[in-house]
Ligand binder design. Sequence first.
Ligand SMILES: Cc1cc2nc3c(=O)[nH]c(=O)nc-3n(C[C@H](O)[C@H](O)[C@H](O)COP(=O)(O)OP(=O)(O)OC[C@H]3O[C@@H](n4cnc5c(N)ncnc54)[C@H](O)[C@@H]3O)c2cc1C
Length: 319
Amino acid sequence: MTSSPTPAPSIVDRLSAPHRGPVPFSVEFFPPKDAEAEARLWRAVRTFERLGPAFVSMTYGAGGTTRDRTVRITGELAAQTTLLPVAHLTAVNHSIDELRALVGAYADQGITNLLALRGDPPGNPLGEWVKHPDGVEYAEELVRLIGELGDFHTGVASFPEGHHRAPDLDHDTRALVNKLRAGAEYSITQMFFDVEHFLRLRDRLVAADPEQGAKPLIPGIMPVTSLASVRRQAELSGSVIPDDVQARFAAAAGDGPEEDRAAVRAVGIDFATESAERLIAEGVPCLHFCSLNFAKATTEVLERLGLDVGSVVPATASS
Ligand SMILES: Cc1cc2nc3c(=O)[nH]c(=O)nc-3n(C[C@H](O)[C@H](O)[C@H](O)COP(=O)(O)OP(=O)(O)OC[C@H]3O[C@@H](n4cnc5c(N)ncnc54)[C@H](O)[C@@H]3O)c2cc1C
């Protein structure tokens, strides 16, 4: 045992607890680069705190100083807010000893919910993956490692369109099943532009292993508010943007020299709301919003889904 973490509720327990709105929701943040970005993150955190997410998660960056800041801020989320934080943990560029120390550093701050990920090569997410000589090759091994270290609750990533390095969907589904069999209690998906991909992943998972398929499969949703972010997300996630969705955003952007930002944003909010409505109708256990450290767009979607947002969103919050 690395240490004895103070037990925090597990994500699975949180998802079955009473919640506001039609379905539990969660919010993903990323580590801010500087003091100004950190202040913005905290504004978003305080707004979301009032809306009662089931949990919040903090992504894990590739660089050393970002990593230290991530651990510190995730600890502050646990200590200074009512939110339940999940720390993303990636294997990239870490030895097993370093991974153990990192898990221990989170445990010391009372963070017992971890999302176990392999991570991508720093600089170029699509570049060649090189295992640390004393590290782990796959997230599945990280799930097992965390399980050996104490009483943690672990989640993993899943990919509705298949992971970009997987030779085919069946291989990727087996990889997900193996991560769940290794002890992961739920998975959160990569964002997608077509709900059908999510539903097919759910079917594949249940068919491959009904017991693991019964664990929560949480869809990742990003309200995209500009054409650039639509393209960037598609590129980073390897998601295909269906022609009709592309056409919708392109029509909103207009054919002037500058994109009509307000119209694109409105389509982004509509699109995220429609996807979320379909997912709720399909019985998903939670909606996981990639907030990009802004509260406003996600809050608008939540409000349209029926969450009583009331007056909690500061008029000054930017998109
Ligand atoms: C919800 C979510 C959150 C994320 N957060 C972060 C973050 O905070 N920081 C960050 O850097 N990245 C993050 N990522 C990106 C993620 O790290 C990358 O997509 C990475 O390339 C895959 O990680 P994984 O944990 O799914 O890897 P793995 O599950 O190890 O899979 C990697 C590849 O290997 C294959 N594979 C898995 N196990 C085996 C096996 N036993 N034998 C053969 N092949 C196998 C899989 O099919 C896949 O192609 C996140 C992704 C998601 C969906």
